[in-house]
Design a protein around this ligand. Structure first.
Ligand code: ZN
Length: 287
């Protein structure tokens, strides 16, 4: 297992962590100040400053992208399906322009929540089948663009409104079904916030293996959690044994970035430099 205690060269910043403190240009400047070598930007942050400018800033700063957030939200009724497909293809193209290592996919929950305006449904089985089919279609496109896709399983509390893929096993079942040869085109993004509770986590990480482990996200689970979406904790402030999960993914050969992704009203209210300094300190002491 890699030693993170001496430096933070394997720290990547998911730019949502400081999205309220500045735009992507300001975040990239702050990364330079703090010696952060990698980011995972969100599409809306890229759109806000323009894709061409984002590409230039990333290149000029010498940043790597540990992922691109995000594609997915595949579940939609018939009226919205082609719009979803086109939007995901654009996400793949943007990720390629930015030089991202993968597109992170949050697959969508029940249609009416994932895609406002879609017809109401209580059929989570149908939603999962739709994810399979839409993902198969996107995979064809992504293969041509040589852009890997990483399915991020989300905690079951998000099954209705964000993702009906809720465990590492489910995500890997999709990988096996759609990319049985393990070509490197499809894998998983594992976020400790979503998977730490899973009794099957360690065997599923072993099942994933190096070629399916495409991204590793860290934050912490606070007790109590006041808001399931926007009350994530800084690493070390909660109950997740982050280091043991990192040990498990690294035992499979994962050697990529440890990406900090914290959606938190509390941290969004702190100055950007303070948040990044704390991220670096916790990366070294806790992750
Ligand atoms: Zn994540």
């Amino acid at each position: 297992m890699r030693d993170f205690s001496q430096d933070h060269r394997w720290l990547s910043l998911n730019t949502a962590t400081v999205r309220k403190q500045g735009d992507l240009a300001a975040i990239i400047e702050a990364c330079a100040r703090h010696g952060i070598r990698a980011i995972d930007p969100w599409r809306d942050q890229v759109a806000a400053i323009g894709l061409d400018r984002a590409v230039r800033l990333v290149k000029d700063a010498g940043l790597e992208l540990s992922g691109y957030c995000r594609g997915g939200m595949f579940t939609a009724d018939d009226a919205h399906r082609s719009a979803v497909r086109d939007d995901n293809r654009r996400a793949v193209d943007e990720a390629a322009a930015l030089g991202a290592s993968c597109v992170v996919l949050v697959v969508g929950g029940l249609p009416q929540y994932s895609r406002p305006g879609s017809a109401p449904s209580k059929d989570i089985v149908a939603a999962r089948a739709q994810v399979h089919d839409a993902l198969a279609d996107l995979l064809d496109y992504a293969r041509q663009a040589k852009m890997p896709l990483a399915i991020e399983p989300l905690h079951p509390a998000y099954a209705a409104d964000r993702a009906c893929v809720n465990t590492t096993k489910q995500a890997l079942d999709l990988c096996d079904a759609l990319d049985p040869s393990r070509s490197g085109a499809l894998g998983v993004a594992l976020d400790v916030y979503h998977i730490w509770w899973d009794p099957e986590l360690l065997p599923q990480i072993a099942r994933a293996g190096k070629d399916r482990l495409m991204a590793f996200h860290v934050c912490d689970w606070l007790v109590p959690t006041k808001d399931l979406l926007n009350d994530r904790g800084m690493m070390g402030d909660g109950v997740i044994d982050i280091r043991s999960v990192r040990a498990a993914v690294e035992a499979q050969g994962f050697a990529g970035y440890s990406e900090i992704e914290i959606f938190s009203d509390a941290w969004w209210n702190q100055p950007m430099d303070e948040v990044l300094a704390t991220c670096i300190e916790r990366h070294r002491s806790v992750v």
